[in-house]
Write a protein that binds this ligand. Sequence first.
Ligand code: FAD
Length: 386
Amino acid sequence: MTISSPRSLTIIGAGLAGSLLAILLSRQGWRITLYERRGDPRIADYESGRSINLALAERGRNALRQAGVEDAVMAKAVMMRGRMVHPRSGEPELQRYGRDDSEVIWSVHRKDLNTTLLQLAEEAGARFHFHRRLHTVDFDAGYARFIDDRDDQAHDIHFTTPLIGADGAGSALRAAMNRKSPLGERIEFLDHSYKELEIPPGADGGFLIEGNALHIWPRGKYMCIALPNDEGTFTVTLFLPNQGEPSFANVRTGAEAEALFQREFADALPLIPNLRSDWEQHPPGLLGTLYLDRWHQGSKAVLVGDAAHAMVPFHGQGMNCAFEDCVVLARTLAEHEDTAQAFAAFERERQPNAAAIQQMALDNYLEMRDHVADPAFLLQRELEHA
Ligand code: FAD
């Protein structure tokens, strides 16, 4: 098969950035083809049964607005007015993000969001190929090899279009570009990892704890957070060091995890009935920051979202930042006839912004796990907002 046409682009990865970009570019008249490693989430469960969610902030909403998809996404979003801080003892306390409900963030369900964006991209004219994992690219010959993970079958595609890497933190397109001409890649892993758990709905189907808040259990060197889902559940994420006491190295079994929660997050423990089995079934996820000197290779390829600038999740801005990338890349492609110039303009505009957000995300880890429970810090915040 050969893909060509002067106004055609090929996107690798139909996740959050890939599908939003497909909407924006298809509506601008580009012929968009996407290749996605997983199956179509509209017809098959592509993740575990648990709900995983993300905090959507104004920068992400603004991008969704510009793509004309804000209403479809916000229909299922849950408002989070502030942080509900759970101390070791005593009552939880809500710290509002702003003066009123005009300054809030939103919790969105990752799979629902992805499915909504995919559907809208298809309606805008984009074509999808699922079960196609990019394996290698021969830029000189114009061939890309994809693998179908169901049967390990290789599919070679001849392409004459530029490639856009929206294939996430472990981007195979980035690896292929790097092999052709080094991008100056540096990855700094955090010495903390994370594990996701779930608070189910109450007997009446409603939330068991305050639904319109991002819950935090700050405990100094580690912390737990919980974000609401519109079906009445919460996705709980525990961030814990890889080594030391306590850490993923010595909290291994479900029973050890339960003992940790009993000691450190006592009010959360009765809310998580499947703590033991969830703990043992899901390995901890790694956290890191990806730095690149260059995001593009002439007119041949460019990277967006996590593929270009993966970050730690503590500012809740990775997706939001990826969405902003999509708006800017669609604009620079509209402004420049020459694709290489469009990619270069995109990189110039977005690289400093992404670097700043990556640093804020690292800084916010300290604030979330520690300072939100610190009275001096709270007093300072009060004075700043007075
Ligand atoms: P992804 O969402 O990773 O999508 C990549 C897509 O490419 C996937 O569909 C994947 O299957 C596909 N793919 C991968 N490899 C290949 C291949 N070789 N060939 C073809 N397809 C491929 N961000 C926020 O804004 N708010 C939050 O609250 C937030 N919380 C987070 C919590 C955690 C624990 C983590 C780890 C991240 C969080 N993030 C958050 C960050 C957010 O998840 C990412 O920034 C966002 O998913 C990036 O979107 P993306 O489309 O670039 O990558």
